[in-house]
Design a protein around this ligand. Structure first.
Ligand code: FES
Length: 56
């Protein structure tokens, strides 16, 4: 599912970024560019990051 429509970023990409070494929402944002435009996805993106970090 798409988390960030502006940048075309999916939850899968966020999860992959974390498995590849991102360890915070800020890292994910810098790597994938989520929430860098309208910002509407920030809340959902943070949630996906939080959930994924809880799994690893
Ligand atoms: Fe992510 Fe707009 S949906 S910046």
């Amino acid at each position: 599912m798409y988390v960030c429509l502006c940048q075309g970023v999916t939850d899968g990409q966020i999860r992959d970024a974390i498995f590849e070494g991102c360890c915070s929402y800020r890292d994910v944002r810098e790597t994938l560019g989520v929430a860098s435009q309208c910002g509407k996805c920030a809340c959902l993106a943070k949630q996906v990051v939080r959930e994924t970090l809880n799994e690893v």
